[in-house]
Ligand binder design. Structure first.
Ligand code: PBG
Length: 338
């Protein structure tokens, strides 16, 4: 018997009822957003090799998939599109018949209550694979930048607002700019409001780091940069205070939800944003976080279900209100079994 005050054998923790009652953080399907990759063609449901358990879907197959997502209690999907053709500006990105626009219409016709978020970026659509408009590098620019040119921030804003507007016209509930250009939230907000899409929200990838964890996604979305990298416009991993400034700017420009991405290597950023701001906070449990567990689980090194639930709970515990995750459907099933 210990004489230390407060010491008691923690036998109580042995009962799952007790653990449930004491739980500070809950993970439920209602906190999750499920990413979907949409491609041209008919009757396509092709597994993405770098992200087992995730698929390229053609538009005709999407409604059934989203109905399943809705039945599992997952309130939202986020769409990524793979265009038929790429070009320097990414024309399909803002075409009324673009792949994402078609997908939004099909989903909203079939499952109107499901929230549809669209990723707004240029990299899947551009031939160079960068998230913005590339211009020849001006002579005065001696910086390192991209080897073949300069990313034109303000020209990119014009394209992004056209993309966001076309997604709103197709019926998206919320647009999610993931490009990391400066000023995009304000420009998109103005464009939406002027066209009377005041009720379409903006989820801003506010603190998006130049991360190696996006590797598997770039195969899924066919979006690797053809030269250079994204370090010029995405955030430098060692910086935390800069993330708070990015979040503050996006909120000032009218973001409804701010996001930290990736999630697991940036739990401290999620916590700091949560402590500093009252706004809805999303975290993106990105492709690398998912696929490394899948790969280890395939070798029998990790228990996928336990690792996934622990990871997603940690993201919620750090302060995220909602989590974008490739495990969303699995989580809903796992939680209903326990
Ligand atoms: C587009 C975009 C990326 C991701 C989401 N939107 C790739 C990138 O920035 O390179 C990554 C998502 C993931 O890895 O799951 N800019």
């Amino acid at each position: 018997m210990s004489t230390f005050p407060g010491y008691r054998p923690r036998r109580l923790r042995c009962s799952s009822g007790f653990r449930q009652l004491m739980r500070e953080t809950l993970l439920t399907p209602a906190d999750l957003i499920y990413p979907l990759f949409v491609v041209h063609g008919k009757n396509v449901c092709q597994e993405i090799s770098s992200m087992p358990g995730n698929y390229h879907w053609s538009v005709d197959r999407l409604p059934a998939e989203v109905e399943e997502v809705a039945e599992l209690g997952i309130p939202a999907v986020i769409l990524f599109g793979l265009p038929a053709e790429k070009d320097p500006l990414g024309e399909e990105n803002f075409s009324p018949d673009g792949i994402v626009q078609q997908a939004v219409r099909a989903i909203k016709d079939a499952v109107p209550e499901q929230m549809v978020i669209t990723d707004v970026c240029m990299c899947e659509y551009t031939s160079h694979g960068h998230c913005g408009v590339i211009h020849e590098r001006p002579a005065y620019c001696k910086g390192k930048g991209l080897p073949n040119g300069c990313l034109d921030n303000d020209a990119t804003l014009q394209v992004l607002s056209k993309v966001a507007l076309s997604h709103a016209e197709a019926g998206a509930d919320m647009v999610a700019p993931s490009d990391m250009m400066d000023g995009r939230v304000g420009v998109i907000r103005t464009a939406l409001d002027e066209a009377h899409y005041e009720c379409v929200g903006i989820m801003s990838y506010a603190a998006k780091y130049a991360s190696a964890f996006y590797g598997p996604f770039r195969e899924a979305a066919d979006s690797p940069p053809q030269f250079g990298d994204r370090t010029g416009y995405q955030m430098d991993p060692p910086n935390a205070r800069e993330a708070l400034r990015e979040v503050a700017m996006d909120l000032a420009e009218g973001a409804d939800v701010v996001m930290v991405k990736p999630a697991l290597p940036y739990l401290d950023i999620i916590r700091q944003v949560r402590d500093r701001f009252d706004h809805p906070l999303a975290a993106y449990n990105v492709s690398g976080e998912y696929s490394m567990v899948k790969a280890a689980a395939a070798r029998g090194w990790l228990d996928e279900r336990r690792v996934a639930l622990e990871t997603l709970t940690s993201i919620r515990r750090a302060g995220a209100d909602m989590v974008i995750t490739y495990w969303a459907k699995d989580v809903a099933r796992w939680l209903s079994e326990t």
